[in-house]
Write a protein that binds this ligand. Structure first.
Ligand SMILES: Cc1cc2nc3c(=O)[nH]c(=O)nc-3n(C[C@H](O)[C@H](O)[C@H](O)COP(=O)(O)OP(=O)(O)OC[C@H]3O[C@@H](n4cnc5c(N)ncnc54)[C@H](O)[C@@H]3O)c2cc1C
Length: 377
């Protein structure tokens, strides 16, 4: 079976690994000329760790990552609103944080090497195969083409009935990695129309993310470090100490937070995976996990059913309900967490503080357990 994967990000590389474990060597093309050093932190839940175990990569993740036991939401003063253990009975591997660069390195170590600096210029998908013209002038014919090319997917435009524009959440996000550990838990602090997240990483580093309500594509509201500090000055520990470690602004990654759900994920011999099919807002920290789960599920179906329409249809019917649920929950959580009204925030915070831990734990367990069709180790 000849498979082309367009996009050598988390989902595309995970599919390369998953197919390779089943004896299929895929071609992967990646638009970027080099992987570089970019990215910030990522949290892989116990379910995604189990999928990584199925790919025989969990030991590499554990070696490079940092195990986390608790997720805590506080208000800007540090008062705890909700605290949820990551551990879920029956899922023995710990939730693990790691630098995105390390996750990509681990996936690349086990997947076919992508052709870097190459994109797809033309796709002609028929019932028997797909003819592809690449940006370097080369051509190929494949049994199936997988669009793992992210939220702005080009392949999605070639899947009949799938094209869709991303939806903007109303808030934007900056990310960076700083020296130091400030908490052992994953902490997210909710302020007025803004949040600060502090996530421990291996090697005594922390991943810090900052959100702010803003119009789409607005420039940052600061021009220098003093302005940056003033924007998030209202946050207590651990945000205060983590932000004190920021000494330059040129390394900040900046993304408007959007989501996007393709109305259809496949057509003839072309199929979408990861953010290309279903980008979710990062409020539940599940986007990369969903892409890895998709990869494991799709590889199993292609290996057992061949590159058939039945396999692609089954893939969408197994994966879409989960992606939709996570997208909706994540969108709602993001909206609530970015509220500005003092009255609404006061009520929200009181309600959250009163909610028993078992309720939040139950919701997290549902996310972890609900992975039909995804092989785990
Ligand atoms: C601020 C923020 C924080 C996040 N935090 C988390 C988190 O903590 N945990 C988590 O699980 N998820 C998180 N996510 C989500 C996660 O980053 C994505 O869901 C994940 O990267 C999706 O992987 P993907 O492979 O589908 O897409 P991508 O990672 O976007 O990869 C797509 C790849 O395709 C390449 N490409 C694009 N177009 C073409 C083309 N035409 N031809 C060839 N190659 C192409 C790109 O260069 C890229 O390498 C976060 C997202 C954001 C924005």
């Amino acid at each position: 079976m000849k498979v082309l994967i367009v996009g050598g990000g988390i989902g595309g590389l995970a599919l390369g690994v998953a197919l390779g474990r089943r004896g299929v060597t895929a071609d992967i093309v990646e638009r970027r000329a080099a992987y570089g050093d970019g990215g910030a932190g990522i949290v892989l839940g116990p379910n995604v760790m189990a999928v990584m175990k199925g790919l025989a990569l969990h030991e590499d993740v554990l070696a490079a990552g940092y195990p986390v036991g608790l997720a805590r939401i506080t208000d800007a003063t540090g008062r705890v609103l909700q605290q949820t253990p990551y551990a879920v009975p029956g899922w023995p591997l710990p939730a693990t944080t790691l630098h995105r660069r390390q996750l990509l390195r681990i996936l690349r170590s086990a997947s076919p090497a992508p052709r870097l600096g190459v994109a797809v210029s033309r796709l002609d998908s028929g019932v028997d195969g797909v003819d592809v013209v690449f940006s370097d002038g080369s051509v190929g014919r494949y049994d199936v083409v997988v669009g793992a090319d992210g939220i702005g997917s080009v392949v999605r435009r070639h899947v009949r009935g799938a094209d869709v524009a991303p939806r903007y959440s109303g808030y934007t996000c900056w990310r960076l990695v700083v020296d130091g550990h400030f908490e052992d838990a994953v902490v997210e602090m909710w302020g007025r129309g803004r949040r600060v997240g502090v996530v421990p990483l291996a090697g005594g580093k922390s991943y810090v993310y900052l959100t702010l309500n803003a119009p789409r594509r607005a420039p940052p509201p600061w021009t220098d470090l003093a302005g940056f500090r003033a924007t998030f000055a209202g946050f207590a520990e651990p945000a205060r100490s983590a932000l004190a470690r920021v000494d330059r602004l040129d390394g900040l990654l900046h993304n408007d937070i959007e989501d996007c759900l393709a109305p259809r994920w496949w057509d003839a011999r072309t199929v979408l995976l990861g953010d290309a099919a279903h980008a979710v807002t990062p409020n539940l920290g599940q986007g990369a996990g969903l892409a890895i789960e998709d990869a494991a599920a799709l590889a199993q179906l292609l290996a057992t059913m061949g590159p058939t329409q039945e396999a692609l249809s089954r893939y969408e019917s197994l994966r879409r309900p989960r992606a939709e649920r996570i997208r909706d929950r994540s969108w709602m959580l993001g909206n609530i967490s970015q509220w500005e009204s003092g009255l609404a925030r006061g009520l929200r915070d009181r309600l959250m503080a009163w909610t028993p831990e078992s309720v939040a734990r139950g919701a997290l367990e549902k996310v972890v357990r609900d992975m039909p069709g995804v092989p785990v180790g």
